[in-house]
Write a protein that binds this ligand. Structure first.
Ligand SMILES: NC(=O)c1ccc[n+]([C@@H]2O[C@H](COP(=O)([O-])OP(=O)(O)OC[C@H]3O[C@@H](n4cnc5c(N)ncnc54)[C@H](O)[C@@H]3O)[C@@H](O)[C@H]2O)c1
Length: 352
């Protein structure tokens, strides 16, 4: 069996969930944590019995740290990721990979030059129901896709945007937007992944319910590469926070799900009724692992993170690419920045 690989987590907000996932992951050992916030740093290092660094540069000099989990503010991912690559560290990068495609490209360049591997966090792609839907699309069962829609009517209280760890949220500089880039990036990635990429977008956005700079409500139209069209709606204004809704219409059938449960699976054919009953029996009554996520940002299940960490370990040991690399994670950033450009100019914007 390969030796355990040493992890260092930088940024101990969502990074605390990464610590939990690293501790659970096979083949991983949490060696160090890093944060400039000494309170967060001290309590996390004590909980996991690992080394504590206030200086990221110092953590990067620690030879026991072979993989860095980059969990700082979104607009710093490329900067800290490039530093990690230059120090020869592999890395896990939180979503979004960064807030502009150009910065993601800079990180891709640094990673290639250093010959290190990167696993990106888009945990929704690993959920078994989402994988079944992807199989139904890819195998042609649904026929030609007609419409793919994602709806995220979430809620964040004003306090979410305030204080030492809140004031970067909803800013252009560090969050790259608000409800679409921060909360909605998972929905955007999920539907682009299911449908096979987005060709062009139109968008409208604004600030409706919070004292923030960027946006807390966005509506977008997507034209997918395969010809289907769709919509994305994201907000953090919908009290008390309702579940994400994803619907996929193909010429042979329709699928509807919320964040964790199947609502409808109807695909024309001889086995329509039995297949629907089987799918609903299995995926219609799943325990909601992230029940409060529509209102509580820290209610993220860490199962997907653990799988992404284990996959990166596999990729390093087997010298293969991780299942969600930077090139794949880049498309969501490209789509979202195009939606904002469309919102500003009032025009349809080509993606990429
Ligand atoms: N996958 C998910 O579902 C999910 C959920 C929540 C957040 N996130 C992502 O996680 C990232 C962090 O979000 P958050 O809500 O935890 O933010 P946060 O502000 O609570 O945490 C960021 C932490 O990084 C620390 N930090 C920043 N720069 C540093 C540096 N140079 N050295 C050391 N420490 C530094 C800050 O002190 C802070 O504690 C964001 O990119 C966000 O999009 C992902």
């Amino acid at each position: 069996m390969a030796a355990e690989l040493g992890f260092g987590v930088v940024g101990l907000g969502m990074g605390k969930n990464h610590c939990r996932s690293v501790a659970r992951a096979k083949g991983a050992k949490l060696v160090a944590v890093c944060d400039v916030d000494e309170e967060r740093l001290g309590s996390t290092a004590e909980e996991y019995g690992c080394k504590a660094y206030t200086s990221y540069e110092e953590m990067l000099q620690d030879d026991e740290v072979q993989i860095v989990n980059v969990c700082v503010e979104s607009g710093k991912h490329a900067e800290l990721g490039i530093q990690a690559a230059d120090a020869g560290k592999h890395m896990i990068v939180e979503k979004p990979a960064d807030i502009t495609p150009e910065r993601v490209d800079q990180l891709i360049g640094a990673v290639k030059d250093a010959g290190v591997k990167v696993g990106c966090i888009f945990q929704a792609r690993l959920e078994p129901l989402n994988r079944r839907i992807k199989d139904a699309v890819d195998s042609g069962k649904l026929g030609k896709l007609i419409g793919v829609h994602g709806h995220l009517p979430w809620y964040r209280a004003d306090s979410y945007y305030q204080g030492a760890h809140g004031s970067w949220k909803g800013t252009w500089d560090l969050d790259g937007g608000g409800s679409l880039m921060n909360q909605g990036v998972h929905t955007v990635d999920l539907i682009q992944w299911l449908a096979g990429g987005v060709e062009s977008v139109m968008g409208m956005f604004g600030v409706f319910g919070h004292d923030i700079e960027a946006e807390d409500q966005t509506v977008a139209l997507f034209k997918f590469k395969n010809g289907a069209i769709g919509t994305v709606y994201t907000t953090t204004c919908c009290y008390p926070g309702l579940p994400q809704l994803v619907t996929i219409y193909g010429e042979n059938g329709s699928i509807m799900k919320d964040a964790s449960k199947l609502i409808s699976w109807k695909i024309q054919g001889e086995n329509e009724a039995s297949e629907e009953a089987e799918m609903l029996g299995f995926y219609g009554a799943q325990e909601d692992k992230q029940k409060n996520i529509s209102a509580d940002p820290m209610a993220v299940s860490s199962d997907g993170h653990t799988l992404i960490i284990e996959d990166l370990i596999g990729a390093i040991n087997e010298e293969r690419e991780p299942m969600i690399g930077l090139e794949s994670a880049r498309h969501a950033v490209e789509i979202i920045t195009a939606v904002f450009e469309s919102g500003r100019t009032g025009r349809e914007v080509k993606v990429g």
